[in-house]
Design a protein around this ligand. Sequence first.
Ligand code: ZN
Length: 283
Amino acid sequence: MHEEQFGAAAPFGPATERSRDILNELDRTLLKKIKEMGGLETYVQSVPELKDAFNNKNHDLCCMDERTAKGALSTPGSGILIEGDQAQQAYIERLKEAGVDGVYSHNECGAAKIYAKEHGIEDDNAAAVAYSKDLAEKLGVAYKGHIKSSGIHPGRAVYYDTTGQIDRGSNAWQEKMPTGFSVSRNILNEQEAEDALVLAVKIAFGSHGYGSNAFSEQDPLSVIYISKPSENTFEHEAKLKQELAKAYERIEREIPEAKGRIHIEGIEAPLQKEEDKELKEAA
Ligand SMILES: [Zn+2]
């Protein structure tokens, strides 16, 4: 649906007020439709072309930013806000385990701006590039460049992804899924993932996003956790729900205007063909 208005598979930030309003309206309508259908899981199952969008083999790391969807791994500023050598080292280990292929940075990065401010650095773009280049070197993978992003943040959703396989840059995702930030829970510890989620909500409700007036009880910001079918046990889901409930309590404290304007739901990533086969064989 976004394709008709903005071109195929181009993550972007709406640069004009009109394109911003159109995109906001498209996503509001889509989220309403999803709600009417009984939730995102039912919706995703009803859109066959989305299946491949949950099986991203490109494990590049990029910002959680909705305007820069590159690769399956997403964290604020590619990880620039993770403080301390030990935490960075643990992050690097998780990235290796996730099979990271390369690292991106981007301009107008909220996380890099926060980092630059905290460290008294004037040029946040230079800080973003330096961090991502250094991280790529430590990982032994390529630094893939500084992506352009423009306009305001158009996220009406935040994906809290435990699979590390979602493909927000794909045609199918850009057209059929609500525009959103993505936090790759598989490469962050619980605290880091919570920090990322709270930051995404702050941006969406702040002056760089649609702002708090764009969200209401009827039109909430969607926080969507995504699990692999193989991991979607009762315990796994209970743990995720607990994590998100804790994050929501913090959101209520730190972003009071978001209270009652956030909808949390979970989906199981659609089964892939190989997994389909394995499951069938096992049955
Ligand atoms: Zn960013």
